[in-house]
Design a protein around this ligand. Structure first.
Ligand SMILES: Nc1ncnc2c1ncn2[C@@H]1O[C@H](COP(=O)(O)OP(=O)(O)O)[C@@H](O)[C@H]1O
Ligand SMILES: Nc1ccn([C@@H]2O[C@H](COP(=O)(O)OP(=O)(O)O)[C@@H](O)[C@H]2O)c(=O)n1
Length: 238
């Protein structure tokens, strides 16, 4: 798999980027991580950085609507993320926020933070630096605008979708502190807000759609790995 990855890039020095976008609950994080593991690649969860910045703003009592203060905070935002699929962590300064960034209070403000263009530009620069700096032969990067804005030239670009019902069902299974109805409503509201900023519901030109509605987790990972393998074959002229 490692050698195949280098073939996609056509070089041993430039890491292969597998870009994956999709709505909340489509399986981006879990499927991307498992795909990275299967390919011997790194894994970049871009949503975690939007969440970490949101956590940091809440921690400092900064209102996400105060755009100037958010931008100021972004400049000093000391953020670290683990890109090894077997060693995932998220840190802000010396605080481990891996679990805290999933709390509903963070989820509730993240779209407000993510709609600020300066925030997107600043974080995108960090994502590109992380992708370019991976010591692995490739990196699976997932979010909402990886296939279109962050890495539009990636050799493999995938839109991972699932029906709203399936996505809500998966999410309500994992968050036990909230009712299924509350989880569903929060997810719908967030997708709506996020969709106003970037289109992650329709595949852009050249982006392959993987619909996981009828697939279980392992089948979804296999489907994504197959898209990567197909790209490799195409690059070989076969
Ligand atoms: N194809 C699938 N079938 C069933 N459950 C899945 C599938 N893909 C992902 N999941 C589960 O759904 C939940 C949401 O997945 P996650 O990776 O967090 O999605 P996202 O990052 O797109 O919000 C997780 O608990 C994950 O294990
Ligand atoms: N590339 C990205 C990734 C996330 N985001 C924002 O970050 C939030 C959290 O992303 P996430 O990937 O952790 O969300 P889930 O789909 O895992 O719930 C999203 O709701 C978006 O507001 C973004 O704007 N662009």
């Amino acid at each position: 798999m490692t050698a195949a990855g280098n073939d996609v890039a056509g070089s041993t020095s430039k890491p292969v980027v597998v870009a994956i976008d999709g709505p909340a609950g489509s399986g981006k994080s879990s499927v991307s991580r498992a795909t990275a593991r299967a390919l011997g690649f790194d894994y970049l969860d871009t949503g975690a950085s939007y969440r970490a910045l949101s956590w940091d703003l809440l921690d400092r009592g900064i209102d996400a609507a105060e755009v100037d203060r958010v931008i100021e905070e972004l400049e000093r935002f000391d953020f670290r993320i683990g890109t090894d699929p077997d060693d995932y962590y998220v840190r802000v300064g010396s605080t481990d926020v891996t679990d805290a960034i999933r709390e509903p209070r963070v989820t509730a403000v993240v779209s407000l933070v993510a709609r600020i263009p300066e925030v997107r530009r600043g974080l995108n620069e960090r994502f590109r630096a992380i992708m370019a700096g991976t010591p692995k032969p490739g990196i699976v990067a997932e979010g909402r605008d990886i296939t279109t804005v962050v890495a539009p030239d990636a050799p493999v670009r995938i839109l991972l979708t699932a029906s709203e019902e399936a996505r809500m069902g998966r999410r309500s299974k994992e968050l036990t502190s909230e009712t299924a109805a509350a989880v569903g409503e929060a997810l719908r509201t967030r997708d709506e807000a996020d969709s106003r900023v970037v289109d992650f519901m329709n595949a852009a030109d050249g982006v392959t759609t993987v619909d996981s509605t009828e697939l279980d987790f392992d089948q979804t990972v296999e489907a994504v790995v197959e898209v990567v393998a197909q790209t490799t074959r195409i690059s070989h002229g076969g």
